[in-house]
Design a protein around this ligand. Structure first.
Ligand SMILES: [Zn+2]
Length: 115
């Protein structure tokens, strides 16, 4: 890491862990990502069968059916990240109100979705 004078420790922009809590922290323009989040991203990329611009209507039933499991795995991996982040916040006694606000949903909706 460059020895710059900083007020606060560098943090992963995705999971919020500080540079001291992760094995590696990689810097981008105004963002950082840790080794654990890169691992999750790689899993998501591996599980994504087609680029987002694919014309689904041109695929055969077999192609679509064979992609379902991977698409679901992508959703589940992303959901697991979200759930973990919410659980950490709840563990810190962050209110459902604040979590809901951050997600643009009601306190009640946040509670129903994650508790
Ligand atoms: Zn991270």
């Amino acid at each position: 890491m460059p020895s710059l004078t900083r007020k606060s420790p560098l943090k992963c922009s995705f999971c919020g862990k500080t540079e001291k809590e992760v094995a590696r922290l990689i810097a981008g323009p105004a963002v950082y990502i840790c080794d654990a989040c890169i691992g999750i991203c790689n899993k998501v990329l591996e599980a994504t069968p087609q680029p987002a611009s694919v014309d689904w209507d041109k695929l055969t039933d077999e192609q679509l059916l064979s992609g379902l499991k991977n698409a679901e795995a992508t959703v589940e991996a992303t959901r697991a990240v979200l759930q973990s982040m919410v659980e950490v916040l709840r563990h810190r006694s962050t209110s459902w109100e604040a979590i809901g606000k951050a997600l643009g949903i009601s306190r009640q909706a946040a509670w129903e979705r994650f508790s």
